[in-house]
Design a protein around this ligand. Structure first.
Ligand SMILES: [Zn+2]
Ligand SMILES: [Zn+2]
Ligand SMILES: [Zn+2]
Ligand SMILES: [Zn+2]
Ligand SMILES: [Zn+2]
Length: 242
């Protein structure tokens, strides 16, 4: 797991690297553009496809944008009557001027960063954005307003975190998470993991976000992962793989 931060360096600015953009399969394709894909829409924030009254999945109608979000995951209290646009499309930042500052994955549901703390973003962006999924799974990233899912705060992001290398896009930098299985320390960006089909979920007992690496997302570990998710087994469990 992450090593404790060097106290002496704790005031130093943290320069975020310019990550090479990764374009996921969901972007640019003809499939699912516009209407018609509501049934199999998966929320870009919690990665779940279940929808209930009062928390339906909204699809952004911005051109080429395929953001799908639960109302509650994006902070939309009432379903708009007409077109719904995500924040990036509303601000005319798409296509893809609103990239996440802590991962390379282009597109998906972002919000504006309210507070950078010691972080210095790459380039000179007018506004800095962050995926809400990154905000949920990366432990040090906070949201000032959970009701509106707004006000992303990066103040607590540590230099150690920003040095983690993503085993999927092979880039160091930004905010990778580590596998929740026992002592497995494999790290990856949240969205890189999602695109690769890895297990990203929440512990059912307390809502703690859990992410599993490629190995521990395989069917052989399904039962073990289930026990961790149900809180029947502590995360520190150091078992031998089946
Ligand atoms: Zn959701
Ligand atoms: Zn959009
Ligand atoms: Zn991100
Ligand atoms: Zn990555
Ligand atoms: Zn793992």
């Amino acid at each position: 797991m992450l090593v404790a931060e060097d106290v002496a360096a704790s005031d130093a600015a943290i320069q975020l690297p310019q990550l090479k953009a990764v374009h996921p399969a969901w972007q640019g394709g003809d499939s699912g553009e516009g209407e018609g894909s509501e049934e199999d829409a998966v929320c870009s924030v919690c990665f779940d496809g279940d929808a209930v009254a009062g928390n339906v999945i909204l699809l952004c109608e911005g051109k080429g944008c395929s953001v799908a979000v639960h109302q509650m995951c994006y902070g939309v209290s009432t379903v708009p009557k007409g077109r719904w646009l995500c924040e990036a499309c509303k601000a005319k930042l798409n296509p893809w001027g609103a990239n996440c500052c802590v991962c390379p994955m282009v597109g998906s549901a972002v919000k504006k960063v309210a507070s950078l703390g010691r972080l210095v973003p790459a380039g000179k962006p007018k506004a800095v954005h962050c995926h809400l999924a990154c905000a949920l799974w990366v432990p040090e990233i906070e949201l000032a307003n959970h009701e509106q899912m707004a006000g992303v705060r990066l103040d607590k992001l540590t230099a150690a975190r920003t040095r983690l290398r993503c085993e999927l896009c092979k880039q160091a930098g930004g905010g990778s998470v580590q596998c929740a299985m026992g002592t497995c320390c494999r790290s990856f960006h949240v969205l890189c993991g999602h695109v690769a089909g890895q297990t990203l979920t929440f512990r059912s007992t307390d809502g703690e976000p859990l992410a599993f690496c490629e190995l521990h997302s395989r069917p052989a570990f399904e039962k073990l992962v289930e026990e961790l998710v149900d809180g029947k087994r502590p995360l520190e469990f150091q078992g031998t793989p089946p």
